[in-house]
Design a protein around this ligand. Structure first.
Ligand SMILES: Cc1cc2nc3c(=O)[nH]c(=O)nc-3n(C[C@H](O)[C@H](O)[C@H](O)COP(=O)(O)OP(=O)(O)OC[C@H]3O[C@@H](n4cnc5c(N)ncnc54)[C@H](O)[C@@H]3O)c2cc1C
Length: 829
């Protein structure tokens, strides 16, 4: 069969991902789709995969994708006449420590919110299901009846057969050697078939080349930070293991197993993984590495403790193969920096389980412009420019792999490849004992240890405990008094409360330099922005507008402020991690965007003494109104002051060119300290923004929620047309504020552990999940947000599942703090 001269879409890679993308593109009605594979189908990583399909993942979207896959795989046999060998045996996930039990309970609660059938069993019940298990140390087990396993190569072939049935043409033995890019858009793919060379014109190309995706991406000059890492499993000789054996995951021992040919297949993660260090991944078909039994020793011993019969059984097969890992252990999906060039890669030992969902998402994204699910956590554009660095990607990927099964506690920070991006004031933060967190490579202050103890005045008073060395003692006392129960109190400091109270009573100084800042200018800038923003931007220069960018379904693709710097110049400020994503969305809608993030430092001075403090440093009129921006001088530093807040107190975001950043920080600290101002961090911001009901994109609002549902109707212009407007109907659900009866029980919501948020019940029935939660120190309440049926009203009762315990909660009017916003709108008295 000859390659065509042109195609509507070219999918590169005949593994399970490429076959699924091609199948789903065809299912959405695309004709003239071709798939090219350099070897035979599946001869990259797919053929040797262990075949597990486990539905429970750390994010809602991944779990939904895998649930979709699990539903698709059994159907494929019927659709194509090819049976992917699905064994719906169910799965057990064991917990042997109190922490793992807590995680299991959280997972079970989260599972309830998206209809994933699962239950919590005792060790004895797990043993009843699988008598081979030694459960003496098992405290609980999750039972996932929808889990199972299948034959990986058969699955890929069934997807390929389905694709072919729908008109996709598949070319094996066809190697991609070049990608043509014209004016930033992909225009064609060059191939080699034996000695022959072929060019196919196409303006949609999907790189699904597994561990070779980084290399293929470089043909077009794009960075796909895939890191090939070696992964191993073994198969034992048969010993009458029943084929109905459920799959087992034992995360505390970082091993997993299932039945295979009457024996057991044992796979394991290890603490010292090895990169497949090659410039030419997957060049040979069916690449496997020599067995490395010393590296597998610990996994094998752990497995033999769990299944003692293994100690009497021989190993008949070792599979040691390459897999594509990523810097954060999440998939790499979406459009690259080259228009029309997409990727679906980096499946971190879940490609098989996820492939159905990956195909669905990718096809919807390519055909409709946005997928049904919120995919930001997997969006290729979540990294900064440093994703180009292979040393960065490798350090991160090795770290993610080695901690794959570890519990990540809320607020716990990974340490690999840090510090990377630093604010000009970072050195001062470090001097003050900042506890740093990392986002998109930025070092951001979570809290300052120096705030954990008494106020500076009390410390200096006669008999006061002066030095910073005393902090540990103060923290311990503070912990006892105020530390939230359970996981929410694990990574925590009394400093957070002090920072909130100082911001309420005097002022807080927050370093938000990591904000993403985008500029758009030109005579068509307003007209084009008006088309993509739901808010009304046609306001005088100096105005700031809080707005959302919507997709065709009315879902929120971005949430940002737009400052009109001049008639034809706008600056957009969005979250630290969202700049690349938001810029791509805007570019995709015809806007010319400049990312100026690195050009400006940003410090936020908020609190009732902010006017006094800034007044000592500036001769400018500082009384300009809320949602207005002015150029001012602060000390010797030129500053753009934006009168906005994310904590509900009077004040400004102060932007200066980066090189003035340290000087500005020092000036503000010196001026503010006598007024009781404290430097403060992101955990305080998060507490205060909850009290004010300010939404966070990716948690409270996502591409799956509309502004009407999210209670952001006030930010939607009534007097203009914009993308997504026609989809904004009356909402059947609304984002509601709940207050928990027990203030020490604190919800974590969808972040940072990202288990999908605590379940919420109304009238004893599953209703929703918490999008974000936390403790509000100014209102002294435990707050949670969740989407509830539109008829729900303040005073209604609900229950929130905090780690397996149902805590009573009441729906309340929001915001809880300063509902009339007097503290924001008016100058401090
Ligand atoms: C030991 C091991 C066990 C695993 N167990 C499981 C499991 O139990 N469950 C699970 O869900 N996942 C598991 N995985 C992971 C899973 O196998 C992978 O995530 C999945 O197979 C990846 O599929 P893919 O299509 O992305 O990549 P691949 O299957 O590698 O496909 C990529 C294809 O692209 C082709 N290609 C590359 N370069 C070019 C080019 N220039 N031109 C044309 N074609 C090209 C390659 O030849 C290859 O066929 C396991 C992985 C390993 C290593």
């Amino acid at each position: 069969m000859e390659l065509p001269n042109s195609a509507r879409a070219v999918v590169i890679g005949g593994g399970v991902a490429g076959c699924s993308v091609a199948y789903h593109l065809a299912r959405l009605g695309w004709s003239e789709v071709i798939l090219v594979e350099r070897h035979e189908l599946t001869e990259g990583t797919t053929w040797h995969s262990a075949g597990f399909v486990g539905q429970l993942r750390s994010t809602v979207t991944q779990t939904k994708m895998i649930m979709y896959s699990a539903g698709l795989y059994p159907e494929l046999a019927e659709l194509t006449g090819m049976d992917p060998g699905w064994r719906g045996v169910g799965g057990l996930r064991l917990a042997t420590t109190p922490e793992r039990v807590e995680e299991s309970l959280r997972l079970a609660g989260a599972g309830e919110t998206y209809g994933l059938g699962l239950s919590v069993l005792s060790g004895a019940e797990a043993k009843e299901m699988l008598p081979l298990l030694d459960v003496r140390d098992v405290r609980a087990a999750l039972w996932l009846p929808g889990d199972g396993w299948l034959d990986p190569a058969l699955l890929a072939r069934a997807l390929a057969a389905g694709a072919e049935k729908l008109g996709v043409r598949i070319f094996t033995g066809t190697r991609v050697t070049g990608l043509d890019v014209v004016g930033g858009e992909v225009s064609g793919v060059r191939h080699a078939r034996g000695a022959e060379e072929w060019s196919v014109q196409a303006d949609t190309v999907v790189i699904a080349a597994g561990a070779a995706s980084g290399r293929v991406g470089r043909l077009a000059g794009v960075d796909i930070p895939v890191v090939p890492i070696k992964h191993q499993y073994v198969v034992t000789e048969p010993f009458d293991v029943p084929s109905s054996m459920p799959t087992v995951r034992d995360p505390d021992n970082i091993v997993y197993f299932r039945e295979e040919g009457g024996g057991i297949l044992v796979g394991g993660y290890i603490r010292n993984p090895e990169i497949w260090d090659t410039g030419h991944p997957l060049e040979e078909p069916r690449t496997l590495f020599a067995a490395d039994m010393p590296k597998f020793q610990e996994s094998w011993e752990s497995a033999a403790r769990r299944v003692p019969a293994l100690g009497r059984t021989g190993i008949v097969k070792v599979v040691h193969g390459p897999e594509a890992f990523t810097p954060d252990g999440e998939f790499l999906l979406g459009e690259t920096a080259v228009r029309g060039l997409w990727t679906a890669a980096g499946f971190c030992v879940h490609g098989l389980a996820a492939a159905g969902g990956v195909g669905k998402i990718m096809a919807e994204w390519i055909v409709d412009g946005s997928p049904e699910y919120d995919v930001f956590g997997m969006d290729l554009r979540r990294f900064g420019g440093h994703a180009r660095s292979s040393s960065w990607a490798r350090a991160k990927a090795l770290d993610s792999y080695s901690k794959y099964y570890d519990i990540v506690y809320p607020g716990e920070e990974r340490t690999a490849a840090r510090p990377l991006r630093r604010s000009p004031a970072w050195v001062r933060h470090a001097e003050l004992g900042a506890e740093f967190g990392e986002k998109s490579g930025w070092e951001r202050v979570n809290w300052f240890k120096s705030n954990a103890g008494p106020s500076p005045e009390a410390r200096e008073a006669p008999g006061g405990r002066g030095a910073l060395e005393d902090q540990e003692a103060w923290e311990t006392r503070g912990d006892r008094e105020a530390r939230p129960a359970g996981w929410a109190g694990r990574v925590w400091s009394p400093a957070i409360r002090q920072e909130c109270l100082a911001t309420r009573d005097a002022a807080g100084l927050f370093d938000q330099t990591s904000f993403s800042k985008l500029e758009i200018s030109g005579h068509q800038a307003l007209m084009r922005l008006q088309r993509v923003c739901a808010g009304q931007l046609d306001r005088p220069p100096g105005s700031i507008v809080y707005t959302q960018l919507l997709n065709e379904r009315g879902g929120i693709e971005a949430d940002l402020t737009v400052t009109r710097l001049a008639e034809d110049r706008f600056r957009l400020v969005t979250g630290t991690a969202f700049g690349v994503h938001d810029a791509a969305w805007l570019r995709g809608h015809g806007l010319d965007v400049r990312d100026v993030t690195s050009a400006h430092a940003c410090y936020c001075l908020w609190g009732p003494r902010a006017l006094d403090i800034l007044g000592t440093l500036s001769d400018d009129d500082l009384t300009f109104g809320y949602m207005r921006a002015r150029e001012i001088s602060v000390g010797n530093v030129p500053v753009l002051a934006q009168r906005v807040t994310f904590v509900g107190e009077f004040g400004w975001e102060l932007y200066c060119p980066s090189e003035y950043g340290l000087t500005l920080w020092d000036a503000l600290m010196e001026a503010g300290t006598p007024y009781g101002m404290r430097p403060a961090g992101y955990r305080a911001i998060d507490s205060m923004r909850l009290e004010k009901g300010y939404r966070v994109w990716g948690m409270d609002i996502t591409p799956e929620t509309t502004p009407v549902e999210a209670g952001l109707g006030f930010a939607v212009a009534k007097d203009k047309d914009f993308l997504g407007r026609s989809a904004l109907e009356a909402a059947a659900r609304r984002l509601a504020c709940l207050v928990l009866d027990d203030p020490r029980q604190v919800c974590l919501g969808g972040e940072p552990v990202r288990l999908g948020g605590e379940p919420v019940r109304l009238g004893g029935e599953p209703a929703s999940r918490v999008t974000s939660g936390g403790y509000g120190h100014r209102v002294e309440r435990s707050i949670a947000y969740a989407y509830l049926p539109a008829g729900t009203a303040p005073g209604d009762r609900a229950e929130v599942g905090v780690t397996g315990t149902w805590v009573g909660a009441t729906v309340v009017a929001e915001p809880l703090y300063d509902p009339a916003s007097d503290r924001i709108r008016h100058l401090p008295a």
